[in-house]
Design a protein. Structure first.
Length: 417
């Protein structure tokens, strides 16, 4: 009772500390991952490798950090999110440190892909799943803040990586990033708490639980993944993910191919980060009022339109415009998606369901960026990769629209928010 009273009287609802921890985890984990574009050219030169083979390093890591959610999500539902988040940040740090000592591209695959991939995969879904349980009314906003760490990481980390590479070399740069992941990421992960009830609290800091929608209620993982709504959402995320992460790997080399200096090219990734941060803060909260499912469709359409800007860009200012617009809608997609899952299926197994859903993103990430690299090796152009990336987002939007109409007619017995 004393713990409950202390929690109830606390000036700051502990859910916001969970959001802050998730923000730090996404900032460190994805920030380190998205510095890869800055390392692409040094790795090409160091190991005499093609752009496609070097791009595969990022694709393998992306496959692991999204695909591992199918394991880490259910583990978090059962054992709590904190231990998985801490282990994940330690793995990111160790992976980057080992990559700094790699003597071949295969060793980079092993160190970076396994370390960063497994590390982010352990931490990301459990941290984001924990946030969903702490909020109902402001779930989209809270989720947006939590995943805005990805945007801020994309803003801050690539210029930092470029500075470290220029000053110390790519090996020392990886070592420094690894130390940051261990200290800051691992420390903040200790603040993660799986459920407000463990602190005698209720979602949103209310004195009473939400009437008619207990936080522990919801579908089992098996029920969810068999539902038409989940299948359509999985298909949409799989299709769009073939193109979503192509800019994170290939925007910097694209800019360099168009005569833009390395420092300005790296800043383009930061512009994606600026847009992404804005999208996560603004669009996550806006989705709470205009409907999260409808907002998800708008994110797919927005990413497609932004990629169309990239297709006709050739100077730093047009590329910056693309990067910002793309970042806004990409950030909104990442913020809204977990909240849509919670709306559909409830909170009892939300981490496990999100984990299964993110395997779709894993397969798209594995194929998309590396395929774009190999397409460039064959044609010396990114035109086909960019157009295909835009098309995948259009198809994803159509899938969600059709599935939503079908679900309304069938009146599926899952939560809708």
């Amino acid at each position: 009772m004393a713990r409950q009273a202390a929690g109830a009287e606390s000036r700051i609802f502990y859910g916001w500390f969970v959001v802050a921890a998730a923000f730090a985890i996404t900032f460190i984990g994805f920030g380190c991952a998205y510095t890869f574009s800055s390392f692409l050219e040094p790795l090409e030169h160091e190991f005499g490798a093609s752009r496609g083979s070097v791009s595969l390093v990022f694709s393998l890591a992306g496959f692991l950090y999204f695909g591992l959610g199918i394991v880490s999500g259910p583990l978090a539902d059962r054992f709590g999110s904190r231990p998985l988040a801490v282990i994940g940040m330690v793995l990111v740090g160790l992976g980057l440190a080992l990559a700094s000592a790699a003597r071949s591209l295969v060793e980079v695959y092993a160190a970076y892909s396994l370390g960063v991939g497994l590390g982010v995969g352990c931490a990301y879904v459990p941290a984001i799943g924990a946030v969903q349980r702490w909020f109902v009314r402001r779930r989209g906003f809270a989720s947006g803040i939590a995943v805005s760490g990805i945007g801020v990481g994309t803003l801050a980390m690539p210029p930092l990586a470029s500075f470290l590479i220029a000053s110390l070399g790519w090996r020392s740069a990886y070592l420094a990033l690894g130390a940051l992941a261990l200290v800051l990421g691992g420390g903040m992960a200790l603040l993660i708490e799986n459920d407000p009830q463990r602190r005698g609290l209720h979602p949103d800091g209310d004195g009473l639980p939400q009437a008619g929608r207990p936080q522990a209620a919801g579908a089992t993982v098996a029920e969810a993944i068999r539902s038409p709504r989940f299948i359509s959402l999985y298909a949409a995320c799989l299709i769009c993910s073939f193109g979503v992460f192509v800019p994170f790997v290939h925007l910097v080399p694209f800019a360099r191919d168009h005569g833009i200096t390395a420092s300005w090219a790296a800043l383009l990734l930061s512009v994606i980060g600026i847009g992404s941060t804005a999208g996560r803060f603004l669009l996550g909260g806006l989705a709470d009022s205009m409907g999260r499912e409808r907002s998800l469709v708008l994110m797919f359409v927005g990413m497609a339109l932004a990629l169309a800007i990239w297709a006709v860009s050739g100077n730093v200012w047009s590329l910056a415009a693309f990067a910002f617009v793309y970042g806004v809608f990409y950030g909104g997609w990442v913020a809204i998606l977990p909240a849509v899952v919670m709306d559909y299926f409830g909170g009892r197994n939300v981490s496990g369901i999100i984990g299964v859903l993110y395997t779709s993103v894993a397969f798209g990430t594995l194929i998309g960026p590396s395929a774009a690299g190999y397409a460039f090796d064959l044609s010396h152009s990114y035109e086909l990769a960019i157009v295909a990336s835009a098309a995948t987002n259009v198809v994803a939007a159509v899938v969600v629209i059709l599935a939503s109409r079908s679900a309304r007619r069938a009146a599926e017995p899952f939560f809708e928010g």
